[in-house]
Design a binder for this molecule. Sequence first.
Ligand code: CA
Ligand code: CA
Length: 332
Amino acid sequence: MFSKAIIALATLAVAARAAPSAASGPCAVWFNVLDDIQANLFDGGECGEEVHESLRLTFHDAIGFSPKLFAEGKFGGGGADGSIMAFSDIETNFHANGGIDDIVETQRPFALKHNVSFGDFIQFAGAVGVSNCAGGPRLQFLAGRSNVSEPSPDLLVPEPSDSNDKIFARMADAGFSPAELVALLASHSVAAQDHVDASIPGTPFDSTPSAFDTQFFVETLLKGTLFPGNGSNVGESKSALEGEFRLFSDNNIARDSRSACHWQAFITDHDLMVSSFTNVMAKLATLGQDRSTLTDCSNTLNDIHHACEAMPFPALDTAPGAATSVSPVPPS
Ligand code: CA
Ligand code: CA
């Protein structure tokens, strides 16, 4: 059984590596980008700080899109258009974008080097990054966003100190239901705060910040008992665990009648969490964009090797009983 499982795993690995990775066409460049950012942005395919920040950036670029403003005759932003990188001098000064300048400046040289649009790069880096996390999803990646954009208007990015009514209204304007908002918040399972309490940068929102698991949804529902850093900050609620941070907005969305059942459903259903997140990210990543003009380059993400050694490899459909005796996948 044991060796059979190993052979199955090895076959799987060979099949993955044999996939065409130097294809020509509009997706070809993304294989090069993938290799570059795995090695030089994500520290060899890890799920660490740069992944957390890259995932955050996908949202902060894309959510700058307001049909409500357009309806009022104003410019409502271009959504997932790379504006936050093209106009970083403007957008990173928005209060809700505090601290995001670091990842914008870290990513920018990669986009320029490979001559891809900022909008494409931001969404690709997020998709690659989250797939590095144990249990992380393979997101859709569409390429071909224009590199021409205008600065997003301010006040479109929700703040952790905002009321639920305000957050739900803003998200509804951008086209997201409370259920979809909860799905987006699955990203907080692999995230950390830096600036809500600047005295404890890097404090995670759950106890497993390198695993895309359901812990965030469980732990946010525990009774809050403590502030992990220098006390109560604007946008902070009491957390249940030492060394863990709870955002005011996460605390409230977990307990709101409009979202609580969606929140609770993820606790016992990792597959539902992953599929809901995958669907909502496909929507977020093309907000304000014409999907019919984009090219599906999701196959580039198939080249990602799950290199995490800290967590067990996810169960595979091999011979019954063998799964528990499979050793972690050796590094290639
Ligand atoms: Ca934008
Ligand atoms: Ca987690």
